[in-house]
Design a protein around this ligand. Structure first.
Ligand code: GLU
Length: 470
């Protein structure tokens, strides 16, 4: 019988959930879902100086927004110090770890000396031979790494990689202040939580041989490893703010849909033929490591924006109507307690969803439908609201007033008769009307706009534009 898959996302809460972390979380989540396994969230907060509760909250908020739900946790490493302590004592008792009394200054001096001699600055292992504790001094604990041979990492993505053991330091597993360190806690937790697959960024690849020796010393089987290639910016340097927003929640703020971001993130490293748009069911169905490449991927904000526009087009309008509400408030288009007629809002959104790449754009386009009065774009006003168009607008206004109907057909008839009478083109009428109704020169089809704005408001706006011409 094969083991049930258990994977984990193990962020250090020293910052917000960012693009790279979210991609790691997503690949773990997908692998768990694909295999009907268990996905665990573990907060690695042993670095007390850099971890904060706010960042823990922010990471959880980002995971929830992306819909990456976990089955167990969130566990916090700071709640588990007793567990680590027990394992450390055991290793010391068994002679697999030892006390080290070297001060930070001593170590720094030796490091500098090694550098000056052109050698890799590794710990010289002098504590290994200490027989008795030094009274009155609090030691750190170091792990005894093998000093010869090599260690092989068989990675599901990166393949087989060999590390020379001489490059592995006797690493500190507990600092003299009593706090355990990353490479040790990660192994203890992965053992305790019965993790079967460690899926993480390849910035941890160099830690893997060290961790393998800790597994062996503790007498446990190593999990399988899958290291994900880096995500780089367009200039092939490590992804940073220079390449666009990197915090996941910044994409929420900018009006991205979580499914669009998930879809984008999965393609940073994974592919399925040349398919680009996936539902979550497709993703969980298709996902495997075989189709994760070894090469770094490039973060491309334009492609993410394109995907978002696709998701907006394909999201049911009633759902968009709900999603856009907080953005209408944030963009000062409606007040917090203002309600909009749902059916009308959906009708308005239907005219805009094909033209809005983000929810922020959608909200801002809805502004001219919702506002009491239009605000003219100065250039548009200058170009289209003038002597020439005044008569056309006035005629349209009276045409609408005297028409009992406001149907598309009827509107078309009224427009046509005005255009014919004046010997102008439809756009010579439509463009001034567009400016009168929306304030600008870009909008959905003019009859759609009229339909959403409605007869009364349309007449009022025409009147207002005629007055503005003077
Ligand atoms: N806490 C580590 C990090 O945030 C992850 C460690 C791991 O996945 O093994 O980089």
């Amino acid at each position: 019988m094969t083991e049930k898959v258990r994977v984990r996302f193990a962020p250090s809460p020293t910052g917000f959930l960012h693009i790279g972390g979210a991609r790691t979380a997503l690949f773990n989540w997908l692998y768990a879902k694909h295999n009907s396994g268990t996905f665990i969230l573990r907060i690695e907060d042993t670095d007390r100086t850099r971890s904060t509760d706010e960042y823990i909250e922010a990471i959880i908020e980002g995971m929830k927004w992306l819909g990456l739900d976990w089955d167990e946790g969130p566990f916090r490493q700071t709640d588990r110090f007793d567990v680590y302590r027990n394992y450390i004592d055991r290793l010391v008792r068994e002679g697999k770890a030892y006390y080290c009394y070297c001060s930070a200054e001593d170590l720094e001096e030796r490091r500098k000396l090694a550098m000056a001699l052109g050698k890799t600055p590794t710990y010289d292992g002098r504590g290994r031979n200490l027989k008795e504790p030094i009274p009155g001094e609090i030691p750190a604990v170091r792990f005894k790494m093998p000093q010869e041979g090599h260690t092989v990492v068989d990675d599901l993505i990166m393949g087989t990689i060999e590390f020379e053991n001489t490059q592995l330091d006797d690493l500190i597993i507990m600092r003299s202040d009593g706090t355990p360190t990353y490479n040790f806690t990660v192994v203890v937790d992965d053992v305790d939580m019965k993790i079967t697959h460690v899926i993480r960024g390849d910035d941890h690849l160099n830690n893997t041989p060290k961790q393998i020796h800790i597994y062996r010393a503790l007498g446990y089987k190593t999990p399988l490893f899958a290291h994900l290639p880096m995500i780089l910016g367009s200039d092939k340097t490590r992804l940073s703010k220079r390449h666009g927003a990197t915090s996941v929640m910044a994409y929420y703020e900018m009006g991205y849909l979580p499914d669009a971001l998930v879809n984008y993130l999965v393609r940073l490293g994974w592919s399925h033929g040349d398919k680009e748009v996936f539902t979550r069911e497709e993703l969980t169905g298709y996902f495997s490591f075989e189709n994760v490449g070894k090469a770094a991927s490039i973060f491309n904000p334009e492609k993410l924006l394109w995907l978002n526009s696709q998701y907006i087009i394909h999201t049911p309008t009633e759902i968009l109507a709900e999603l856009v509400m907080p953005f209408l408030v944030k963009e000062n288009i409606i007040s917090e307690d203002q309600d909009l007629d749902k059916e009308w809002l959906c009708k308005a959104i239907n005219t805009l969803k094909e033209r809005s790449k983000t929810l922020v754009e959608l909200a801002n386009s809805l502004r001219y439908y919702i506002a009491e009065e239009v605000t003219f774009n100065e250039k548009a006003k200058e170009k289209f609201l003038n002597e020439k168009s005044r008569d056309l607008l006035a005629e349209l206004k009276s045409g609408l007033e005297s028409s009992p109907e406001f149907s598309h057909q009827e509107l078309e008839k009224i427009f046509k008769s005005i255009v014919e009478k004046h010997g102008v083109k439809l756009k010579d009428l439509a463009q001034p009307v567009r400016v009168a109704l929306t304030g600008g020169t870009e909008s959905p089809g003019i009859f759609e706009v009229l339909d959403v704005i409605g007869k009364e408001k349309t007449i009022r706006r025409l009147e207002y534009a005629i007055k503005a011409i003077g």
